[in-house]
Design a protein. Sequence first.
Lengths: 193, 342
Amino acid sequence: MCRLCKLMASGLQETGKMMCVLFPLRFEGRVVYFPGWGVGENMTGIGLIGRRALLAALLVIVPPAVGAGTPDGVDLLTLPVRIDTKVPAFLEERLADIEKVASALPQMDRKKAYLITLPLQNYLEDVVLSDNRPAILYPRAIAWVIGQQAALGTSKKEIARLLVTYYQRDAYSAMHVNDPAHGVSEATGGRQE
Amino acid sequence: MNRIVRLVVLFFAMMPAQALVRGADQTDTGKDEPAFTWGGEIRFHGGALNSDEGFGRTGGSVETRLFLDASMPAHFKFFAEVGSGNEQGADDPGLERLYVQYSAPGAKDFNVSAGWIRLPFGRWDAFTLSRPLVKDRQFFNDSQAFFQLRRTSAGVGLHDSIGPFEIDLAYVSRAPTDEFQLAQGASHDAVGRLGYRHAGFSAGVSYLQGFGDDRIDTATASVDLGNITSCGLDLELSRGAFTFGGEGVIVDIDGRTSRGYYLQGSYDLSSFARGLRLLGKYDVLHEDTDGSTQLFRRVTLGARYSLRRDLDLDLEIDQDYTNHKVRGFGGSHLILGLRYRF
């Protein structure tokens, strides 16, 4: 990581007011994450970019973040932050929506996203709904986890398994992606924040 | 410009943009639910169906469910789950849930429900098609059904949670739900459950106390149905693809004690075949009658496969064991099920 990035990461993270940019930036064909929501190891690519270009890019990216769009037209903010339901069919529709959005994320495609949430759905229907508990979904956080894991090269089966594990540990509710004011945080790996 | 100046410029450039984002998303940080949702499902069952009331029924050959969830003004909510089946019994699909719920503003998870609500006693449906014996049994039925840990009853309920702890209380009528009316003078039950839920683990203790003055004379004794108590313990652990749980229940009907428990588990085999999971249940019921204690046991193994997101195929085998031959229990059952949701 270049010194500028380190400085920005430390300074802006401490303020807790870092701008939320929902998707990794692509520089020179490499996936690069901004400090605070991405994977630090991949940030070495930023060092290849001139500092002026970085500043310019950030300033350009910030306004589009209002709509949270990406160059591919993917928009996580079209997904609701939270839904809770006891209606199985409604639950399935929402999970299908998540897959639709996730399919347009970097390193994802329709085939990889198709039914990636099925194990989560089965868990919710077999275990949660049958216990007279509502299924509480955080669609934005789920889609974000799919996108981040796909960018890390995680297999579809492993992502599907992670989605269930994160739900069981109530990790989605604590993710900063649910709060646009705080931006997108790293996946907690199941830890409560 | 040196590096510090650039950062200062960047910081001040971000501030208005951030304010814009916050302003734009101010309404987007809470729950985002439509005001009205509905859905339904239809289930087909075939094979050796066990449709005798009180012995862990699988239901009839066709069952339907219709769900309706509607937000109402002033933090009220209406929820209904109604259905039909050709094995309509005292506790069959029909009126599953129908209530109005009030959620206290500002409270995270506090609500009051009134209508036909689920009894907050342990957990309800098993993972398998057949239901737990201790939850399906209509106790003391040498001549007629006296008491059952029903799924649904008319009454009022309260739910609250503080951190990992949750509490449910309810006061309900004991009238069966196939009668869409409140019987005058029927016995009532006060039910409560105190639970702990954290990171895929849940545990709870439940208690039921009967009220009323319903004395029924059997062939050998007189039974006061107002003098009913029941307590239960439920546990569940979910770790990734694996879920294991169970429930133990003791029912005391005017001095006659019955007890039962079941253990159940499911394992998601999606890594092997997408949408496939294995299910298992071991069910035991000791029932104290006017004569001897009767023992019923059932072993259930099953598999559920999602053909599509909205279409499930079930295959289940039940093997019954008992020391007391009764109609509707014994032998083995092979059951096929198909469930479609819309």
